[in-house]
Design a binder for this molecule. Structure first.
Ligand code: ADP
Length: 260
């Protein structure tokens, strides 16, 4: 399926297969996320959650099936009558629609905070330095770091670095924000600062979010839907109140007992 056949979803996986050697991590996985929806992926370690985010970031390639982001097919391009795997040029184009924040912040260590945020808008999107700086200052203000624009990453706490990483991802005006265990390297107090920023973002913007997290309270407060994964399959897909209060599957109950 390509382009206009993809319907109104912001993210769509159709029969996606991903293997690492003999390890079939995703086996014909289907799921979709609507524009503006905030969806959290939970489940035991090794169940394939991060692989889903990495496929969307095009850091991994599918072994079967298709992925769409909006109208755009991420995995394939049409050549005449045939669908062929997407080339690097196509991937660069679709990748711009997606922002990702990682567990380990990944800021540019040699750049001050402001430049960390303006670098990609200027060099990838071709924004003027003045426009990029104006927007970066707004975003850094939003994440509570207006006074840190001239700091280097090493001068910041982990929580502050992660908030810069969020501002940096948003500076590209992505349609989709992917969040991979973004608080798991942080002490609880610093994690709380980061989650507060995301709660604000959820309240004030209609960006589509796909999160992998073990922070169940955050999943409960912020998500529209929680998908419970086990062995690369979605075994429950529900609004958080239902999933946390009334899990149907024994596997989900056992997982929730282990993390709550
Ligand atoms: P989760 O995020 O749910 O913990 P992952 O998506 O990280 O799970 O991993 C799913 C499975 O894929 C695991 O068995 C993991 O060992 C395997 N895997 C992930 N990335 C790689 C890789 N680059 N090479 C080999 N195996 C991988």
């Amino acid at each position: 399926m390509l382009g206009s056949e993809a319907g109104g979803e912001m993210i769509r996986f159709d029969r996606v297969v991903k293997r690492f050697g003999d390890n079939v991590v995703l086996d014909e996985l289907d799921f979709a996320v609507c524009p503006g929806e905030r969806v959290t992926l939970i489940g035991p370690s090794g169940s394939g959650k991060t692989t889903i985010l990495r496929l969307l970031m095009t850091l991994e390639r599918v072994d079967g099936g298709t992925i769409h982001v909006g109208e755009e097919c991420l995995t394939h391009v049409r050549r005449g009558e045939r669908l062929v795997p997407a080339d690097e040029k196509h991937l660069r184009k679709v990748r711009r629609r997606i922002g990702m924040v990682f567990q380990q912040f990944n800021l540019f260590p040699n750049m001050r905070v402001l430049r960390n945020v303006t670098e990609a808008p200027v060099h990838v999107l071709g924004q003027s330095a003045a426009d990029a700086e104006r927007r970066a200052r707004e975003l850094l203000d939003m994440v509570g770091l207006a006074d840190k624009v001239d700091a280097f990453p090493t001068q910041l706490s982990g929580g502050q670095q992660q908030r810069v990483a969020i501002a940096r991802a948003l500076a590209m005006s992505p349609d989709v924000l992917l969040l991979d265990e973004i608080t798991s390297a942080l002490d609880p107090e610093l994690a709380a600062e980061v989650l507060d920023v995301l709660r604000d973002l959820a309240r004030t913007s209609d960006i589509t979010m796909l999160c992998v997290t073990h922070a169940m309270k955050f999943a409960r407060d912020v998500s529209h839907r929680v998908l419970m994964f086990d062995n690369g399959k979605i075994i429950e897909d529900k609004p958080p109140a239902d999933l946390f209060e009334r899990p149907e599957q024994e596997r989900t109950r056992a997982f929730l007992r282990s993390v709550l």
